[in-house]
Design a binder for this molecule. Structure first.
Ligand code: ADP
Ligand code: MG
Length: 711
């Protein structure tokens, strides 16, 4: 009764070749964006006037003229059909965390024949039967349906499969009472809020206040690849995305030989296939490399406007998964697929531009520097005041395993500015204090900042929120999470801080503007510099220091979600029209539900694996030892008995212990999530200890050293 699944998997992996992606590899840069309904295509397919109206909507954020929808729909269809599409779908991002689509063909019967048609109405609005999406009580199943509404600021694109293609139209998803049921709607609202606040702030600095504001986002995406043969033998990976059992291998990442190492040809084949697909979709995939953990990798695109970048990251995750399948891999996007090695995150590089100038780029003259320092101080204030919201934006059952696990930033939100910038802020704070020892005072609006070298600012990988030269890098988001959550919060809290700054500055006379600004920035720094921390965020001493500074340390999803509905936060989001109270309550509900469901699924999966795979495997081993003992006694040999007896004892005790922990887990499954997590952890400990004591052929589950190294 030997179980040879694992051995067969290894044999198959060693003899199979990764698919050679001939047709995709031929695609070059000339095909970049060929599956996107972009400005160039619009000019080709639309009447001139319609085209310029649509471009105004897209570029200047003007409201869409409904009269042009019919023309646009027709053009989109003509273009999509010419590129092989037969169907279209509104593409949206419900609160499941993924994307959703419901396809309709362009087909329209016409007599005994049929033709392809697409109306303006079908472009602008869709009515998916959306009653089964999570809404946190906003729209019970018997109420009116939700509807999807075209977001013209994110271009339509074509998704391909082996036997056709579909036109995808990015949309927002709302209830008929106008409440957001998705991740895009509040993001769009938050962009508006931050744009308005930025224009107002820039007006205080003598700008027209009418310039275009662009929030930009570059998302570094981490992921694991494992061979599909192994994946299929792991019910935990199939059901939960992470391994619920598995003993740590002798070698994992301690030699640090994987990070930036040469990329194996099979993986490179996969990566270039992913890139070709992304490029066709106009997604500027740029960087690829091996990450710290074995079998872990990263993909980073060039940054884009934040709404587009969030949509693009959803597509990146989808294409990573699909392309992996094609290459005989499975792409794991879970935040912590393997215990004991690094988990995966998603670095959220964020900045804000006014009239094409990045406000997080230190300028080259005193006025630009004054703006930079003002923006910087406002962000420091925002992050300190709303650390709880930032933390809640990255909460989730998966990310709980990663944050604070000494490989990802701790669950304490702090900011890293780099030594040089910190010194500058110190000078700013001391600006009027002439006798401060060895600190050269600095005067806002008079002095010019020294150039800040970009590289020197990016050395602290332990900080959740780091200034990296011309942007902030929020490193806490999890690899599987949509980027919208984090950016909604960032946009809103910075909008609020900008507005507070403008409230102050608008009352200041031009003559003493810079002096007043300086003293105001000093007040902000004094009040909020506790959030700045340049040291090592992985150390115990930081946990203690952070506690002394009064910084919140929110370890779990359950704790972190609570702040969503606190009176101050309801007020904040309502003020900026990003979330209503009801919407916040619904998101709180959805977050909790999602968490509970995931933990329960994990618990049930662990129990089933233990009873149906691990215990039988150990029993098999136990039986083998007992048979050997019996045989040894019968034949009267004297050597080896002691070893066999001690093996039998270890296995017998292990079996008892497994059984007890299974029983406890079964009971825990009827209770609270903490109990489930603890019971799973205890069961896992026993199983992992037995893994190295059971003969290889009796262990049913692919082991860490196999999954992480054989591919
Ligand atoms: P790292 O050292 O963290 O790899 P990179 O310079 O490679 O840093 O940038 C990481 C990400 O940040 C990339 O996606 C990049 O496009 C993005 N990025 C660079 N500048 C900006 C910016 N001004 N706004 C938003 N993202 C940016
Ligand atoms: Mg980075």
């Amino acid at each position: 009764m030997r179980n040879l699944n694992r051995q067969n998997a290894i044999r198959d992996i060693s003899t199979s070749k990764s698919p050679i992606v001939t047709e995709a590899v031929q695609t070059g840069i000339a095909d970049y964006g060929c599956d996107v309904f972009n400005a160039e295509v619009m000019r080709d397919y639309l009447p001139k006037e319609t085209c310029s109206k649509l471009l105004q909507t897209i570029e200047k954020g003007k409201p869409l003229n409904p009269a042009i929808a019919g023309d646009v729909a027709h053009a989109m269809k003509e273009w999509a059909v010419a590129r092989g599409a037969t169907s279209y779908t509104h593409w949206f991002q419900p609160l499941t965390g993924g994307t959703a689509e419901k396809h309709d063909s362009f087909l329209e019967p016409s007599g005994s024949k049929a033709l392809f048609a697409f109306s303006g109405k079908n472009l602008i609005i869709g009515e998916p039967d959306a009653s089964s999406f999570p809404s946190g009580g906003l729209r019970s199943t018997f109420e009116a349906r939700g509807y999807t509404a075209w977001d013209p600021t994110s271009p339509a694109f074509i998704k391909r499969h082996d036997n056709g293609a579909t036109l995808c139209i990015p949309t927002a998803f709302c209830s008929y009472t106008g409440e957001a049921l998705d991740k895009k709607t509040p993001l769009l609202r938050s962009i508006q809020a931050l744009s308005a606040a930025t224009r107002r702030l820039m007006q205080c600095f003598g700008c027209s206040g009418k310039g275009k504001v662009t929030v930009t986002l570059g998302v570094e995406q981490e992921y694991f690849l494992i061979d599909k043969h192994f994946f299929l033998l792991r019910p935990d990976l199939i059901q939960t995305g992470r391994t619920l059992f598995g003993a740590p291998p002798a070698k994992h990442q301690q030699l640090e030989d994987h990070y930036f190492g040469a990329i194996r040809p099979r993986v490179l084949n996969f990566m270039s296939d992913v890139e070709q697909t992304l490029w066709k979709l106009g997604i500027p995939a740029k960087t690829r490399h091996n990450e710290v953990a074995p079998a872990q990798f990263e993909l980073a695109p060039v940054f884009e406007e934040v709404n587009l970048a969030c949509d693009h990251n959803m597509l990146v995750m989808e294409i990573l998964r699909q392309t992996a399948e094609k290459h005989g891999f499975v792409c794991l996007l879970h935040e912590k697929p393997f215990a004991g090695v690094n988990g995966s995150g998603k670095h959220n590089n964020w900045s804000i531009n006014y009239e094409g100038r990045n406000l997080l780029n230190p300028g080259s003259n005193p006025q630009d520097d004054a703006i930079f320092l003002t923006v910087l101080c406002a962000i420091i204030e925002a992050v300190d005041l709303h650390a709880d919201l930032l933390r809640s934006a990255v909460s989730g059952a998966g990310n709980d395993h990663r944050l604070g696990a000494n490989e990802a930033p701790p669950a304490i939100i702090s900011m890293y500015l780099g030594d040089q910038l910190e010194a500058i802020l110190e000078q700013l704070e001391q600006g009027s204090v002439q006798d401060a020892a060895d600190i050269a005072p600095m005067k806002v609006g008079v002095d010019t900042l020294p150039p800040l070298p970009r590289d020197a600012t990016d050395r602290n990988r332990t900080s959740p929120f780091a200034f990296t030269g011309n942007k902030f890098e929020f490193r806490a988001p999890g690899s599987s999470q949509s980027c919208s959550g984090a950016n909604i919060i960032l946009n809103v809290i910075v909008a609020e801080a900008f507005d507070r700054m403008s409230d102050f500055l608008s009352g200041v006379k031009a003559a003493d503007f810079h002096e007043k600004l300086q003293s105001h920035l000093q007040v902000i720094l004094k009040a909020h510099k506790r959030v700045i921390f340049n040291g090592d965020g992985y150390t115990q001493s930081w946990l203690e220091e952070a506690a002394r500074r009064g910084l919140p340390h929110t370890r779990t999803t359950m704790e972190s979600l609570k702040c969503l509905t606190s009176p101050e936060n309801v007020q904040l989001f309502e003020k900026y029209r990003v979330f209503s109270r009801r919407e916040l309550e619904s998101r709180f509900e959805v977050g909790l539900e999602d968490y509970h469901r995931k933990i329960r699924i994990e618990g049930r999966t662990a129990l089933e694996m233990a009873t149906s795979q691990i215990i039988p495997g150990v029993q098999q081993q136990y039986l083998t030892v007992l048979n050997s003992l019996k045989l040894a006694r019968e034949t009267g040999v004297s050597s080896g008995l002691e070893a066999l007896r001690s093996q039998a004892a270890v296995l017998g005790e292990g079996l008892d212990s497994l059984q007890q922990h299974c029983d406890k887990l079964r009971v825990a499954l009827g209770g609270l999530h903490e109990e489930i997590l603890a019971a799973m952890q205890n069961l896992r400990r026993v199983a992992d200890e037995l893994e190295v004591k059971v003969a290889d052929e009796n262990w049913p589950l692919p082991k860490y050293h196999e999954m992480l190294f054989i591919y």
